[in-house]
Design a protein around this ligand. Structure first.
Ligand code: GLA
Length: 399
């Protein structure tokens, strides 16, 4: 029997705000911010190699509500998703190694700008970005909190500063050495546009997403433990590859794998097969982003199909960050007649695949994938049809 596609309706931010207000019985003046998750269309593991990525912000988001309290020096943080609440002292913020760090990180880093906290601070969080699924739930939380603090304390931060603070929170407070893609997407996302980000210059080119195409995300339902350590390992491998190339060709102009070409890769091939595979993937993935950009502009489906599958195979065989479940989802997606492109998205080792499907065929696609995935893996996939959305916003509200 076919499963119903019941879980594809996305909660709107107004609904989430309303839920928080009702759940907490809030009254008076509150500050609100929301920040989207993202799906990376193509350009995986290229951001920390100073290359190109092509993500888009999506209509799954984290909403943060804040208000001032009269509990001197106290910060109260509550997650309505996790039904947990903690209190910490503003002058004694330390990492906790729990979800709270995504909120404490930006507070800690903005302490100097905030100065003296008169009274206390309450922050309530609710979101619908699946946790740990490669859709940037953590960046959306950090960006929501940074934006909320910017609004509450009138910090006058530029958008790029919000990106930097949020990334720093992830790198230094949470301790995950991510690149800049997720925070950039959450802050600078634009409705109906993919963003081509040059991670070296931080420049963004917005590319209109074809109206006749839809983005559908399939959750493999798995999250392999290896993920975090392997992510760091890949970064090290890229650094090692770069070091060898630089030493051999004695060229100081080469700052990152972004500056490496095919001839330079050959040197590596002779010395270290693993490092060569990693670097080769990054060099080629950068090119694929630029090819995909042109293909999207021209609504060229064949090229998208080609570069998406090349990207996935590269992640599977050369970068070695895919897994059986993701491979199955991609394979199934390409069996569907109206799929334009499919590949794993995010860091890998589980999480989601991103699929571009002909508009109007999304539900059929979802049913097709659900059924096939269940029969081939005995696992369930959650399918989300997403809208490409604007980046983070913050405002004040009187209730
Ligand atoms: C994670 C990181 C990003 C990026 C991707 C892989 O999402 O947070 O910075 O490196 O993995 O493309």
């Amino acid at each position: 029997m076919k499963e119903q596609v019941e879980d594809i309706i996305i909660e709107e931010k107004e609904v989430i705000i309303d839920e928080i207000v009702k759940a907490k019985g809030l009254r008076g003046k509150v500050f609100v911010s929301y920040a989207p998750g993202r799906v990376n269309l193509i350009g995986e593991h290229t951001d920390y190699n100073m290359g190109f990525v092509m993500p888009c912000a999506i209509d799954l988001k984290t909403v943060a509500l804040g208000r001032f309290t009269n509990h001197e020096g106290e910060i109260s943080i509550e997650s309505l998703n996790l039904r947990e609440k903690i209190r910490v002292n503003f002058d004694n913020i330390k990492p906790t190694k729990t979800w709270v760090d995504y909120i404490l990180g930006p507070i800690f880093l903005l302490k100097n700008k905030i100065g003296n906290l008169k009274g206390g601070l309450e922050i309530i969080i609710k979101g619908n970005v699946p946790l740990g699924g490669g859709l940037s739930s953590s960046a959306s939380c950090e960006v929501a909190v940074s934006s909320l603090l910017n609004e509450m304390f009138n910090l006058k931060m530029e958008k790029i500063e919000i990106v930097r603070i949020s990334k720093k929170a992830e790198n230094e407070f949470v301790g995950v050495p991510c690149g800049i893609m997720d925070q950039m997407s959450s802050v600078f996302g634009k409705e109906n546009h993919a963003m081509v980000i040059d991670c070296k210059t931080e420049e963004i080119e917005y590319v209109k997403f074809p109206q006749s195409w839809s983005v559908v995300i399939c959750d493999s339902g798995v999250k392999h433990k290896l993920g975090e350590s392997e992510y760091k390992k890949r970064q090290n491998e890229c650094q090692q590859a770069l070091k060898i190339i630089k030493e051999r060709i004695k060229n100081n102009q080469i700052e990152s794998l972004r500056d490496v070409d095919e001839d330079m890769l050959d040197i590596l091939k002779r010395e270290n097969e693993i490092l060569w595979k990693r670097a080769k993937f990054v060099v080629e993935e950068n090119k694929r982003v630029l090819t995909a950009k042109e293909a999207i502009k021209k609504e060229d489906k064949e090229t998208i199909a080609k570069v998406f599958i090349q990207s996935h195979i590269g992640l599977q065989k050369e970068y070695e960050v895919s897994c059986e479940e993701l491979d199955k989802l991609v394979e199934i997606a390409y069996d569907f007649k109206y799929t334009i492109g499919a590949r794993m998205t995010g860091a890998g080792f589980g999480g989601n695949t991103v699929n571009i499907v002909e508009k109007g065929k999304e539900k059929e696609f979802a049913e097709f994938v659900k059924e096939k995935y269940k029969s081939k893996t005995n696992k369930k996939t959650e399918i989300r049809i997403v809208k490409i959305s604007d980046g983070a916003k913050s405002f004040q509200m009187e209730i």
